[in-house]
Design a protein around this ligand. Structure first.
Ligand code: G
Ligand code: G
Ligand code: MN
Ligand code: NA
Length: 253
């Protein structure tokens, strides 16, 4: 059976799930939120990662209903955890095609209203490629989202083509340094300089920085020294299914 047919079926049959990867604040060393990551529980193939189906979902437009499911599920789950007393912010990945939909802002507003999640606790993660396609339109959309009180982050920062000068014009709250720069910060001086420079530049533009893909204590030490704001990675925790994330929450407090 074709992957496209299987993807359509997956939505109808509730085969998607979200895992949540903890985000840790470097100064307080506390959990401050999580990134929602899409998983496909395929009936025959088992767990399928997004890299294997997001490109096709983008091509076919299926990313629109899938993306709405992701946003609604992440917002509802986060609201549930907040109602249990946990202060959490959730990061949701938005694909380029989704971001460019004329009704994207309206659909985010609807989902926030339906789930009751405070907009200030939602963060949309956008890639540089999605942002630079049509700068004028991008700025309008970002301003509308910002106006609603939503947080905005640039994901995989450093891997795209965005000129630093755009950063000044985008109402972005946070940069997420791509994990390719983090993996060798303690052994490769070029990567160390790049990471350090991104942090300094972000701070000079009053933006917060997350380092992704932290796998070792020595990376944490480096990032702490350079005053990186938040960290995420296997060293802190893998992405967790909701039940396990709930246990993680209880442990933290
Ligand atoms: O979780 P994992 O490392 O397998 O994710 C692989 C890629 O898939 C990452 O680039 C991530 O941003 C992307 N991804 C994960 N979940 C989603 C999602 O819900 N929507 C979109 N558009 N991309 C996602
Ligand atoms: O592109 P994006 O940043 O959204 O991708 C997030 C992906 O990175 C997730 O699929 C997650 O599984 C993966 N990831 C998270 N932490 C680590 C890590 O420490 N090392 C590696 N190699 N991948 C990670
Ligand atoms: Mn991401
Ligand atoms: Na990333």
């Amino acid at each position: 059976q074709q992957l496209e047919t299987q993807l359509r079926r997956a939505l109808q049959h509730d085969e998607f799930a979200l895992h949540y990867q903890p985000l840790i604040d470097m100064r307080s060393n506390r959990l401050i939120g999580m990134e929602a990551l899409l998983r496909w529980q395929h009936p025959e193939r088992g767990m399928v990662g997004p890299d294997e189906f997001i490109p096709l979902a983008e091509e076919t437009g299926l990313i629109i209903p899938i993306g709405e499911w992701v946003l609604r599920t992440a917002c509802a789950q986060t609201k549930t955890w907040q109602d249990e007393g946990y202060r959490l912010r959730v990061g949701v990945n938005i694909s380029a095609r989704q971001f460019k939909q004329p009704d994207f802002v309206a659909s985010v507003a609807t989902i926030l209203a339906e789930t009751g999640l405070p907009p200030a606790t939602l963060e949309l993660e956008l890639t540089e490629t999605a942002l630079v396609e049509n700068i004028a339109e991008t700025i309008t959309t970002l301003n509308r989202l910002k106006g609603m009180g939503i947080n905005l982050a640039i994901d995989d920062f450093g891997t795209g083509y965005s000129s630093l000068s755009y950063l000044k014009h985008f109402p972005i709250d946070r940069l997420k340094i791509d994990r390719t720069f983090i993996s060798e910060i303690s052994t490769n001086s070029d990567d160390a300089v790049i990471a350090e420079t991104i942090i300094a530049m972000a701070h000079s533009l009053r933006k917060s920085v997350v380092a992704e893909g932290v796998e070792h204590q020595r990376q944490l030490d480096f990032l702490s020294l350079k005053e990186c704001d938040e960290v995420q990675g296997f060293y802190l925790s893998k992405p967790l299914p909701p039940e396990t994330f709930t246990h993680f929450l209880r442990q933290q407090s």
